[in-house]
Write a protein that binds this ligand. Structure first.
Ligand SMILES: Nc1ncnc2c1ncn2[C@@H]1O[C@H](COP(=O)(O)O)[C@@H](OP(=O)(O)O)[C@H]1O
Ligand SMILES: [Mg+2]
Length: 249
């Protein structure tokens, strides 16, 4: 099985497990979220151990190991991105499976199980062009919108589209459901690695909010901000952010 096929298989398997937990556990709220995080982690860990025993793993739900810093292949996974939305019975949550090899992301698979969808960087379609003249749409965290949201919205004269899960928001840009996603103030590598690989493969602009590249498999996996958008919008978005930040918002 190729890495790309494995990525899709992993994301789908964890997604199916999460749907099962939601239907069968009888849990609600935070307890359901915790059970989902643990169940999806255990599916992904078992499948990676079986199919790629020599590779390193960086997961939101597992203890980090310095072994990944000298490894040439590292799977960066978020077993359940959008835990809050999953536990509320909403559809905007995702499973993230990325592969980093010798310096950069080489693969990303994002499952959105409530839509029976898996996006894979190896086969994703180019993000659609906008030709309808309707207002631009800016995806933003529904629970933690950053301070830069309003200046960026104003610069684009855009409508805000609040959604859960970084993976769902980045996928929404790749699918042409929104035009951009901007985040600042906190996130980790696993929150963005897989959907960023998908976004790059779909031809989108991806960067930090200062325009610098998003880098993965760092010793410190904190990666607090990002911009994902159609390439033609990047100059306006980055300029609006630069005019409205002191570097930490
Ligand atoms: N300020 C912050 N600090 C740390 N993590 C953050 C954050 N804002 C968002 N995130 C994480 O980014 C993911 C998407 O958030 P949001 O839905 O608000 O856009 C969530 O991941 P998890 O659900 O995997 O914890 C959330 O925890
Ligand atoms: Mg996450």
């Amino acid at each position: 099985m190729s890495d790309a096929e494995l990525g899709t298989m992993l994301a789908r398997a964890a997604g199916e497990e999460l749907l099962r937990v939601r239907w069968e556990s009888g849990l609600e709220g935070k307890e359901l979220g915790k059970a989902g995080d643990a169940a999806a982690q255990s599916v992904l860990a078992a499948l990676l151990a079986e199919h790629r025993p020599d590779d390193a793993v960086l997961s939101e739900e597992a203890k980090d190991s310095p072994a990944r810093l000298i490894a040439s292949r590292v799977w960066i996974i978020d077993p359940l991105d959008g835990t809050r939305e999953f536990s509320e019975g909403r559809a905007d949550w995702a499973v993230h499976v990325a592969l980093w090899e010798s310096g950069d992301l080489t693969l990303g698979a994002v499952a959105i199980p409530d839509e029976e969808l898996v996006l894979n960087s190896a086969e994703v379609a180019p993000a659609p062009e906008r030709t309808d003249g309707a207002p631009l749409r800016l995806a933003v965290s529904r629970s933690r919108p950053p301070a830069i949201t309003e200046p960026v919205r104003a610069a684009l004269d855009a409508e805000l589209v609040p959604m859960g899960s970084a993976g769902v928001k980045i996928s929404a840009v790749a699918r042409g459901q929104v035009d951009a996603y901007v985040h600042a103030g906190g996130q980790y590598e696993w929150d963005s690695a897989a959907p960023i690989a998908v976004a790059r493969a779909a031809g989108l602009h991806t960067s930090r909010i200062d325009g610098s590249p998003l880098l993965y498999n760092d010793a410190d996996p904190y990666l607090p901000d990002l911009v994902v958008c159609r390439p033609d919008l990047a100059p306006r978005i980055l300029a609006a952010i630069a005019e409205n930040t002191d570097g930490d918002s």
